[in-house]
Design a protein around this ligand. Structure first.
Ligand SMILES: Nc1nc2c(c(=O)[nH]1)N[C@H]1C(S)=C(S)[C@@H](COP(=O)(O)OP(=O)(O)OC[C@H]3O[C@@H](n4cnc5c(=O)[nH]c(N)nc54)[C@H](O)[C@@H]3O)O[C@H]1N2
Ligand SMILES: Nc1nc2c(c(=O)[nH]1)N[C@H]1C(S)=C(S)[C@@H](COP(=O)(O)OP(=O)(O)OC[C@H]3O[C@@H](n4cnc5c(=O)[nH]c(N)nc54)[C@H](O)[C@@H]3O)O[C@H]1N2
Ligand code: SF4
Ligand SMILES: [Mo]
Length: 668
């Protein structure tokens, strides 16, 4: 007997789809989109439509495993949960007694982005044992710092409101792969006469159809945005009235932007000045105009300042105040008034913080104490962290105890001492608010967990218990954690009722709040700060351009955009096709490389061997190797991440995935 159940997709994707799941005897048979919220409108991506391949595939972990051979050689012994957790609890206790809690580092990122799996009991456990803390910088650290610095916590233009725009700017974002439900909305807007501008080093599917494509050099968005700001001021397009009422730092920004003429910025970005002029004109004259700020542009040395300059544009040009006008960054900043933090019930200790983007270095060099245990959950750092060669080498260190809680045997799990099988989102309850669409879902478990897999809160709850760290009154189960979260907020009861009866809830300002009409910056003075002091200090001069790091030895910029078929590295086990480096025809010819050749891509950090695909869609000087590939997808077991420096952007400690510089040569 099959039955239909409602759920929601908590994967790291802006769309946050409501799902209609067909289940038979506890097994997922079919998944499709539902119609409980706007946008999804009954259809979803292929990744989740085919999630049964992930849930029930050969790579799914079913039992706790303990390493039985040398690190990474693939020999495992199946053990009971009690033995596995006992082993881990003993190790935690011994390390704490000998070296202190800071010798333990929890290592985690989005996994599935829900509130119940992202923090909750894991946060409580690692706080109570005084572990080192992780600064989460893989993604959105620079853009969030910029957005919060300028606007505080303020939601931007709702994705569904793009339909009302007359100009849509996609800046460092590729919705055709990463937010597919925005594409039909953009298409509807275009049918109603909207123009489309794409700023991206690649000719993405939407760039191909755009009215204007600015194929900037990676990392050159800052001069481009500053030149536009300068031109808006100089050509009388600045909305002085709006700025006087709502902004601070106007003159200071104008002075800093004046450093960049259209000609200089165009030359730095490798685009034509007349195209940038056209952009200024289009942007100034179109209303409503909105900018979808993506994440491709933040992942370089200038990423924070670039995001800040782009986010300043709608204020300078007076684009707020109408439906479909402004910008969209993360709509996770909708004012939910509830926070999962309230259920953790343990304050953040004053232990040291480790930036996750330098995992390899931290393992190699941190002392007093040295890191002795890494506990990985919701994350696959071997495939997703920078400086992969160092990460791999350090994870294989004999005196490091590595625990990985995972759904499938990932490249990271392979290097673990203990692997714990994790449930997937249809197998556990999840509470999740969107960072694209402004809605929240409470999705119950709809399928039977595969094998002996357990949810994050089951695992971390059991460890708290084994270590004697449970306190009276602690919420311990998913249901208790949800109840506590809502009970702590004045609006919690209302939200809970909405979720219970409609299955979906919207923020108090609604799902489409109008910036500067219904929602305003929540900064101390309610204004937007164009040159916020904290950011200026952190960046060592906000809006200061750091030059392209290319050298004669490593002249090509390597970027690694998202694949349509995966979410970062997730679902990579299902990918059969080997990796291919995309290169511009001129760069290939200059190196005597033909389409399909095997090549070596290298820099001082490492090298990757794979095939090459010559593509007219990549601008000269840039090559592309997607994010999230697994080691099996290349000829030498290293991916783009082996070439990415463990350095940071100018804000937020952000990882700089799109700042690698490399050389490429034909192999054999
Ligand atoms: N299918 C799918 N969906 C996803 C994901 C996925 O992996 N697969 N990942 C999810 C996650 S974790 C995130 S963060 C989002 C990311 O969503 P996006 O921001 O759309 O993703 P990216 O592909 O990383 O980058 C977008 C574009 O930036 C361009 N780019 C690279 N460097 C620069 C630069 O310096 N300047 C400019 N202007 N553009 C640049 C790339 O060519 C790319 O087309 O998507 C989410 N959705
Ligand atoms: N080269 C390159 N690398 C990049 C980027 C890039 O642009 N270029 N972008 C970065 C970006 S944007 C991001 S967001 C990061 C993402 O990097 P990661 O956080 O490592 O994300 P994923 O690759 O999705 O891996 C998440 C893992 O969590 C597991 N998981 C899912 N749900 C659960 C759960 O409930 N419990 C447990 N225990 N595990 C679960 C999944 O099976 C998956 O293996 O990657 C970054 N890496
Ligand atoms: S990954 Fe994105 S598009 Fe696919 S089902 Fe989930 S929310 Fe929807
Ligand atoms: Mo991300």
């Amino acid at each position: 007997m099959s039955e239909h159940r409602h759920s929601a997709c908590p994967l790291d994707c802006p769309d946050l789809c409501g799902l209609d799941v067909t289940v038979e005897n506890g097994r997922v048979i079919e998944v499709d989109g539902d119609t409980r919220g706007p946008i999804t409108n009954g259809f979803i991506c292929g990744k989740v439509r085919k999630i049964a391949d992930h849930l029930y595939g050969d790579d799914r972990l079913k039992k706790p495993l303990v390493r039985a051979g040398a690190k990474g050689d693939g020999k495992w012994r199946e053990v009971s949960w009690d033995d596995a957790l006992g082993l881990i609890a003993d190790r935690i206790a011994t390390i704490r007694a000998k070296a202190g809690g800071e010798a333990i580092l929890p290592y985690h990122y989005g996994g599935s982005n829900g509130w119940l799996t992202e923090g909750a009991l894991a946060s409580r456990l690692f706080r109570r044992i005084g572990a080192s803390q992780l600064l989460k910088t893989f993604c959105a650290a620079a853009t969030t710092a910029a957005a919060r610095g300028l606007y505080g916590v303020m939601p931007g233009v709702a994705l569904e409101d793009y339909e009302h725009s007359k100009l849509i700017v996609l800046w460092g974002v590729n919705p055709s792969a990463t937010s597919i439900h925005l594409v039909p909305i953009i298409e509807r807007a275009r049918e109603q006469g909207a123009k489309l501008v794409v700023v991206d080093p690649r000719r993405t599917p939407l760039a191909r159809r755009a009215d204007l494509h600015l194929a900037v050099r990676p990392g050159a968005d800052l001069p481009v945005a500053l030149a536009v700001i300068h031109a808006l001021f100089a050509r009388g397009f600045a909305d002085r009235e709006f700025l006087a009422k709502h902004a601070t730092g106007v003159e200071e920004l104008a002075i800093r932007a004046a450093r960049w003429s259209i000609a200089d910025a165009a030359s730095e970005a490798g685009i034509e000045g007349r195209h940038l002029d056209k952009f200024v004109d289009l942007y100034a004259r179109s209303t409503p105009a909105t900018i979808r700020v993506g994440w491709g542009l933040e992942r370089n040395r200038n990423g924070g300042s670039a995001a800040a300059a782009i986010l300043a544009l709608p204020a300078i040009a007076g684009k707020f105040g109408v439906r479909g006008g402004g910008y969209t960054m993360s709509n996770g900043d909708a004012r939910w008034t509830v926070s999962p933090e309230t259920a953790i019930e343990e304050p953040v200790p004053s232990t040291r913080t480790v930036n996750m983007a330098e995992l390899g270095n931290a393992l190699a060099t941190l002392r007093d104490p040295r890191l002795e245990m890494l506990f990985v959950y919701n994350c696959n750092p071997v495939a997703t962290a920078p400086d992969q060669a160092t990460v791999v080498r350090e994870l294989m260190r004999d005196d490091l105890f590595v625990v990985v809680h995972e759904q499938v045997m990932t490249d990271t799990a392979r290097l673990a001492d203990v692997v714990l099988p994790s449930t997937a989102f249809l197998e556990h309850r999840e509470l999740r608010r969107g960072y694209g669409t402004m809605r929240m879902f409470d999705s119950p478990a709809v399928a039977t967990p595969v094998g002996e897999s357990r949810s994050n809160n089951q695992v971390f709850g059991a460890l708290l218990d084994k270590l004697g760290l449970v306190k009276p009154g602690d919420a311990m189960t998913d249901d208790e954690l949800v109840a506590k979260t809502f009970a702590a907020s004045p609006r919690g009861g209302e939200l809970r009722t909405e979720l219970q009866f409609r299955g979906v809830a919207f923020p108090p300002d609604g799902a489409r709040p109008l910036p500067f009409v219904e929602v305003f910056p929540d900064t101390a003075d309610g204004k937007l700060h164009l040159v916020p002091e904290e950011l200026d200090h952190e960046a060592g001069g906000l809006y200061t351009y750091r030059a392209d790091p290319a050298t004669q030895a490593y002249p090509l910029a390597l970027i690694s955009p998202a694949l349509a078929t995966q979410v970062s590295s997730m679902f990579g086990q299902l990918r059969k096709a080997p990796a291919a480096l995309e290169m511009a025809p001129t760069d290939a010819t200059a190196r005597g490389i033909d389409d399909g050749d095997r090549v070596r891509i290298w820099n001082a950090l490492g090298e990757v061997h794979c095939r090459v695909r010559i593509s007219p869609d990549v601008r000269a000087g840039v090559c592309v190797l997607p994010k999230g590939l697994w080691r099996k997808h290349t000829d030498n077991g290293f991916t783009a991440n082996a070439l990415i420096p463990p350095t940071f952007a100018d804000l937020g400690g952000q990882a700089v995935y799109n700042d690698a510089r490399v050389e490429v040569a034909k192999l054999d």
